[in-house]
Design a binder for this molecule. Structure first.
Ligand SMILES: [Zn+2]
Length: 289
């Protein structure tokens, strides 16, 4: 079992995202925050990289995490292009001037890193489909350049080579999810040294669940598994992050689920690979000095 959760959301509860967000509408529900931190302490997880939210919950959690023996880092809120995927946990930009203002706001709030949305989310009805939209490739490169210019590491939520390749070209620090990647993309990851957090459990736990097409879900799980195995062969740095808080991924157990899924793919090299990835994340995703 790893002591690292490299991608989770304190704000979410592993059940239903809308109800989870409601809990914090009039300010972070501190009883909830404490219950999440207790879950990590009890699971012996000492590092938690939050994916952010727009209700101040991950920042509240960061303040208290030390009491639970957890080091929690957060991008505060995630950033998306208006009209594209990301509203659930983030704030939007229309122009790069807006984006720069959001980065200044992150500096003020001492965000540990910047999280950007560069694509939508995957469909469980049609294999290979990603919906919700994202910025254009040139915009993706520029978003990363600007954040790096301010000294921040960049975590990018992205699926498909169309979104991920431009991000890698711009030197993105980590790619989250990364479903449907191809050989070119995986090789670019190995070359640039970006960390990949494939959140394989987000798909794996949906297999056989009501409302999810069994065949499509199975196909997604297999394709992501194949990519992870190939990435390991190519020497990609891989981190263990479950997207804890997402559907059917409760805080605490979620990290173990991701670890088990990865272990089935990586075999006896699991600890060596994931330790390296998690330590790289721990080192890179810190507030710029
Ligand atoms: Zn996430």
């Amino acid at each position: 079992m790893p002591g690292f959760e490299c991608h989770g959301h304190t704000v979410l509860d592993g059940v239903y995202w809308k109800a989870a967000l409601e809990r914090h509408r009039s300010g972070p529900d501190m009883a909830w925050v404490r219950s999440v931190l207790s879950a990590y302490r009890d699971a012996n997880i000492t590092y938690f990289r939050d994916g952010g939210d727009n209700l101040g919950v991950s920042e509240a959690a960061r303040e208290l995490a030390g009491e639970y023996g957890v080091r929690l880092v957060t991008p505060c809120f995630a950033i998306h292009k208006r009209g594209c995927y990301g509203k659930m946990v983030g704030l939007a930009w229309d122009t790069l001037t807006d984006y720069r203002a959001l980065i200044r706001e992150l500096k003020r709030r001492r965000a540990d890193f910047v999280k950007i949305m560069i694509s939508g989310i995957i469909s469980y009805e049609t294999f290979g489909l990603v919906f919700g939209g994202g910025p254009e490739p040139e915009e993706i490169r520029e978003l990363i350049r600007i954040a790096h210019g301010e000294g921040f590491a960049v975590m990018a939520h992205g699926n498909t080579p169309q979104a991920v390749l431009p991000a890698l070209e711009a030197g993105v620090d980590s790619v989250e999810h990364g479903f449907f990647l191809d050989e070119e993309c995986l090789s670019a990851m190995a070359e640039t040294g970006a960390v990949w957090v494939p959140t394989h459990s987000t798909a794996a736990v949906l297999k056989g669940q009501p409302g999810y097409d069994r065949q499509v879900t199975e196909q997604i799980v297999i394709s992501q598994g194949d990519s992870i195995r190939r990435a390991a062969e190519l020497g990609v740095t891989i981190g263990c992050g479950s997207d804890a808080g997402a559907h059917l991924l409760p805080h605490g157990p979620a990290t173990g689920i991701e670890y088990c899924v990865l272990e089935r793919l990586l075999g006896e090299r699991t600890n060596e690979i994931l330790d390296k990835g998690c330590r790289e994340i721990e080192k890179r995703f810190v507030y710029p000095v």
